[in-house]
Design a protein around this ligand. Sequence first.
Ligand SMILES: Cc1cc2nc3c(=O)[nH]c(=O)nc-3n(C[C@H](O)[C@H](O)[C@H](O)COP(=O)(O)O)c2cc1C
Length: 179
Amino acid sequence: MKILTFGASNAKSSINKALARFTATLVPGAEIEVLDLNDYDLPIYSEDLEKEVGRPPAAQAFFEKIGAADGVIVSFAEHNGSYTAAYKNLFDWASRIDQKVFQDKPTVYLSTSPGPGGAASVLASAKGSAQFFGVDLKAAVSVPNFYDVFDAETGRIDEPSALADLTAAAETLALQEAA
Ligand SMILES: Cc1cc2nc3c(=O)[nH]c(=O)nc-3n(C[C@H](O)[C@H](O)[C@H](O)COP(=O)(O)O)c2cc1C
């Protein structure tokens, strides 16, 4: 099954992108595609600009990537308690194509941060609004203290508790296909 993953961040060394990528490797039989938000650069959304330019190709391309996937794993970076501006902007543009941005795809939401909060605020916000955006949310996991549990050499998390939570979340996507 095709699993689309991305970190909801435009940091080149995004820890959320790393977490999403690793979690995708835990989906049995996954064919993994990793998106980089930097490839979907867009001007700041405004209704006035939308009247001028319509649907920018980058927003359309992002929307179509989700449409082509069998499942999605997104990990949210938290900036000041909320989404990064880069993700929110891309999401706002994509929502003008169709409010169901996630197109009813089975989806796992993740979040992580270097600190003990694990970006739980943005994850709670994303979970709370998932129903409005066509997200078939199968699981949500916050991973605190990212650098304490992530092995940069292997790209893996082997800390037992986090690994168990991420494995269970990843397997919900494979179960979806078997059903
Ligand atoms: C402007 C800014 C605001 C931040 N606000 C928060 C925050 O509210 N909560 C949090 O846990 N971390 C916060 N952080 C730290 C991020 O969790 C950290 O930069 C993390 O690496 C972001 O994820 P990313 O690497 O995937 O972009 C903030 C970082 C920046 C640059």
